[in-house]
Structures are given as structure tokens and as C-alpha cells.
Design a protein around this ligand. Structure first.
Ligand code: GSH
Length: 102
């Protein structure tokens, strides 16, 4: 099975100084996947706005939108990205075999 490339860039709701959001963006970068960061200003309380709470009722970043999949929680997101986009995990599929470096 060949890992699926996203048709559209994956949207990542993220905010500065969020380690949870950072690790999602880092993993997307390691996989070489296209993504778009959507800034959520937590100092302004944007994560508690009605529009954001529709995407994540816990009012936390990160949240991703990957095609038809909308998902919160960094661990769940990493699991999803690994399952859909990185056959065997990024180390086996891209880094160790040289895909990311070439
Ligand atoms: N279990 C969640 C935790 C996410 C989390 O704690 N996010 C923080 C930023 S690092 C947040 O959005 N806090 C809400 C706030 O500041 O009101 C995950 O792994 O994604």
C-alpha cells in the first residue's frame, strides 16, 4: 500500500508557544506533507470562540483538517498522520530509506 498524499494542504490550527501544535507541524514536515498553519491567538481567547469550539469542544490547539477528517489532540493527530500518510512510520518509509533526504 502506498501512503496517500493529501489532495489539499492539511490545515493545522496552531498557536505560538504550543508544544502540542509544534510537534504536529514538525511531524508534517518530517513526512514532507503540504500543510497550512492557521493561527489561533490564545492570548485573545480565540480558542474559546464559538467557531473554534465547533472544531474542538475542549478549546485546545492543535486541530487538523485532512480532507474529510477533522481531528483534535496531538497524539491522535500523529497516529492519524502516520496511518494515512507514512507507511510503516516516517523512519522506515522516508528517513531511513532516504526518501526525505533525496
Ligand atoms: N491533549 C491535547 C492538549 C492540547 C493543549 O493542551 N493545548 C494547549 C496549548 S499547548 C491549549 O490549546 N490550551 C488552551 C488554552 O490555552 O486555553 C493535545 O495533545 O493536543
Amino acid at each position: 500500500m502506498i501512503p496517500a498524499r493529501p489532495v489539499q494542504p492539511i490545515k493545522v490550527d496552531s498557536s505560538t508557544l504550543s508544544g502540542h501544535a509544534h510537534r504536529v507541524r514538525l511531524f508534517l514536515s518530517l513526512l514532507g506533507l503540504p500543510f497550512e498553519t492557521i493561527g489561533v491567538d490564545r492570548r485573545k481567547g480565540e480558542q474559546r470562540g464559538a467557531e473554534f469550539l465547533r472544531r474542538n469542544a475542549f478549546g485546545q490547539v492543535p486541530v487538523i483538517e485532512d480532507g474529510e477528517v477533522a481531528l483534535a489532540d496531538s497524539n491522535a493527530i500523529l497516529h492519524h498522520l502516520n496511518g494515512r500518510h507514512a507507511l510503516g512510520g516516517p523512519c522506515r518509509s522516508r528517513l531511513v530509506r532516504g526518501g526525505a533526504a533525496s
